[in-house]
Design a protein around this ligand. Structure first.
Ligand code: G4P
Length: 531
């Protein structure tokens, strides 16, 4: 197969949801339906084994949240699916945002009883920024659910997204009986045999005519289904593939991830409609260009760094989303800053296993082991002349001064904090005066994770205490001299980030506003986009 054909059969997607909506359960069941894992529980069981080797994941275990994102690849019906896993907890949203920049499509999982929740909305907005097409999976139909029409109305109202149900559910909770395939006019039966493990794979289908349905369903369920399905088909628009690809319409599938119901139908929907690797905007020698998946030269960008995946080796893996070409093991790629990497041991992620990738194509994600040369937002290409944009750094919402209990170990702590900041989850600032280490994060939980990791991986006891600053803003100016003069005048309120970019460190937002007013030529920004 040519590299164009290989790229054309890639489908790279992420799942967005509010914690507890069922993302983990759905992920596991998608992998099962795709045949990537053998039995339910395997993802969790492997996860458990990994966790015992890594102390810092204790927090993950204790709090039942997933703090590390990765990618899972599986083949289904001739297509290669790359499922990008995103951490669900809101403190890790920055990581999630970046992961979404590597996805071509998203599955939005909603809890049928709760509808759109705050985190769903936030993540949806990130998808909207890039017009990523979205497939909706309304989960937990085996529990009492909201009226499906009301759920679809909520999607329409809150997300300004047209909904087109491909299936229509027959009741919910105890009475949940299955769903109607609105295109084929067949009914997928929800098989609930008490005491029996739910079946994996295709659900039983019966004809969707009135007589067959009446024979199979309770009277009240039949009434509810036929009324609802009629309303849905008359009120809601037909599925329009172009509108979906433009990010304006979402096809909707109902199901119960826990009971394996609707999962294969969701996978078939992705198979039918999820787009192949998208064109990517980039710059080449300062000129804007578009990189097509079918282009021959290899290119890609780093959207995530994970350090110490194996605590016995100080390894660090950069997750590279390929955007074009045929990548071959051993290839030499360059960053725009001129760093060269010979990629001898690229990793592929099959379900939860890692293995060496011999070849990879646009849409694929490979893990590039390195010793800190690569950063989030770096682009790699054969000539080192392509830079992809759009991977943001967000200004942290919390700043803390880091101190190590043993003062002799301050240097060690700086190294540890630097290497954690290189992963891109937290940020490290160095004030212009003094030797403080100021760590920035989007949420309190990240400080707890850092404390545990610094202890487990570097054997240091770190304390995070209130910092003299609460707000950080990146500074830029068209005139270097103006910026230099400002920095000189404001030594006590400025510093640099990990890349030596200047930042303004202020007590509060009012200070920032004031400084901005007094220095109209200087830009104070809450995001730093790496271009
Ligand atoms: P998350 O990754 O989005 O946070 O959600 P996760 O899959 O962990 O699911 C959250 C809870 O919802 C879990 O229950 C899970 O079993 C349950 N769940 C997921 N899908 C369904 C579904 O289709 N139907 C029903 N009834 N429940 C579902 P838990 O009690 O928190 O955990 P566990 O002890 O069952 O593992």
């Amino acid at each position: 197969m040519s590299h164009e054909q290989e790229a054309a059969r890639r489908r790279t997607f992420a799942i967005i949801s509010h914690p507890d909506a069922g993302k983990t359960t759905l992920t596991e069941n998608l992998l099962l339906a795709g045949g990537a894992i053998r039995a339910a529980g395997e993802v969790a069981a492997r996860g458990q084994a990994r966790r015992t080797t890594s102390d810092w994941m204790k927090i993950e275990r204790d709090r039942g949240i997933s703090v590390s994102a990765s990618v899972m690849t599986f083949e289904f019906d001739g297509l290669v699916f790359n499922l990008l896993d995103t951490p669900g907890h809101e403190d890790f949203s920055e990581d999630t945002y970046r992961t979404l920049t590597a996805a071509d499509c998203a599955v939005m999982v909603l809890d049928a009883a709760k509808g759109i929740e705050p985190q769903t909305l936030k993540l949806f907005e990130v998808c909207r920024l890039r017009d990523i097409p979205i497939v909706t999976f309304i989960n937990k139909m085996d529990r009492e659910a909201q009226d499906p029409i009301a759920l679809l109305d909520e999607i329409q109202d809150k997300l300004q997204l047209d909904t087109s149900p491909l299936y229509w559910p027959a009741a919910s909770g105890q009475r949940f009986s299955g769903m109607m395939d609105l295109h084929k006019q067949e009914f997928c039966v929800f098989d609930r045999k008490p005491g029996e493990a739910p079946k994996i794979g295709e659900s039983e289908r019966i004809a969707g005519d009135e007589a067959s349905l009446k024979a199979a369903l309770d009277d009240s369920v039949f009434e509810e289904l036929s009324e609802g399905a009629e309303m849905a088909t008359s009120l809601l628009p037909e599925f329009d593939e172009q509108s979906f690809l433009d990010g304006h319409m979402t096809p909707v599938v109902f199901g119960s991830a826990l009971r394996h119901f609707g999962v294969l139908e969701l996978l078939r929907t992705l198979h039918a409609y999820a787009p192949p690797p998208r064109d990517q905007k980039a710059e080449k020698k300062g000129e804007p260009i578009t990189v097509h998946a079918s282009d021959k030269p290899v290119s890609g960008f780093v959207f995530k760094i994970q350090a110490n995946m194996d605590p016995n080796h100080r390894d660090r893996v950069a997750f590279l989303r390929l955007c074009s070409g045929e990548f071959k093991r051993g290839m030499r790629l360059k960053t725009t800053a001129g760093k060269q990497l010979n990629i001898h041991n690229p990793m592929m992620f099959l379900a939860q296993d890692r293995e060496i990738a011999e070849t990879a194509y646009a849409g694929d994600v490979i893990g590039v082991p390195n010793h800190g040369q690569l950063r989030v937002g770096d682009s790699l290409s054969e000539n080192g002349d392509i830079q992809f944009g759009g991977i943001p750094n967000f200004a942290p919402e919390l700043l803390r001064r880091a101190r190590v209990k043993d003062p002799m170990k301050a240097k060690h702590l700086r190294k540890a904090l630097e290497s954690l900041a290189e992963e891109g989850v937290t940020q490290l600032f160095k004030p212009a005066i003094g030797s403080d280490m100021i760590v920035g994060a989007v949420g309190q939980l990240q400080f707890e994770v850092m404390t545990e990791r610094v202890a487990a991986e570097y054997n240091l006891e770190v304390v995070f205490e209130p910092a003299p600053y609460n707000v950080a803003r990146w500074l830029s100016c068209d005139d270097d001299k103006v910026l230099e003069a400002f920095l000189d005048k404001n030594k006590s309120a400025s510093g640099t980030d990990l890349d030596d970019a200047p930042v303004y460190l202020a007590k509060n937002a009012w200070d920032v506003g004031y400084a901005q007013e007094k220095n109209p030529d200087i830009r104070f920004t809450a995001t730093k986009e790496r271009l």
